[in-house]
Write a new protein. Sequence first.
Length: 226
Amino acid sequence: MMIKKLLIAFAAASFAAACSSEPPPPQPAPPPPAAQASSFMVFFDWDRSDLSGQAQNTIQQAANTYKSTGAARITATGHADRSGPENYNMALSLRRANAVKDALVRDGVPASAISVIGRGETQPLVPTADGVREPQNRRVEIVIGEQQAARPAIFSDPAAYCKALSDKWRQYRNSQVDTPEAAAIAKCEAGNYNEGIPVLEDAHIRAKIPLPAPGYRWPGRPYTPV
């Protein structure tokens, strides 16, 4: 009996040792690092929105970077220096951003992947006094981000986006009637979104009223000078 107990104890100890010597289960691989956004800077001559040869080369580099990402989003943000009126500089910054967008499209970037923003003279790279011409402030910043997640319904539904623009305009400018903006709101309510949305977007930007989503403008919208 004693021998049998010793054999059982020895077998149990051997089994425990065998179990303890088994390699631990493999650990899951760490997630890949998040892709970093790439940025490029395009500069302009005073009071101009046409692209220099150097600017076109920079835009080509940005387009190549976009193509290597697969399906990213591009934001082209236009800026101006403080040498002109605020409203004029806002329009000029938008013209510059749209010039960059058009060049990106010519270089193979889908227009639907590009968001255009105008900041006017509100975000200078080099702070200056009013009226100062500063070359580094006359620029468009191109940012290529990660693959974009699905958009909220408001941005894929023109009726919802047009209503959001209309509601926000009424909130800020409820005392104005019979204006182009009122006509644009009426077009939205009638279902004519392609004519109503651009007018309301430009009105928001001109009045420095935030759009329903910061940095977002309706994809493929025609540019309307403000």
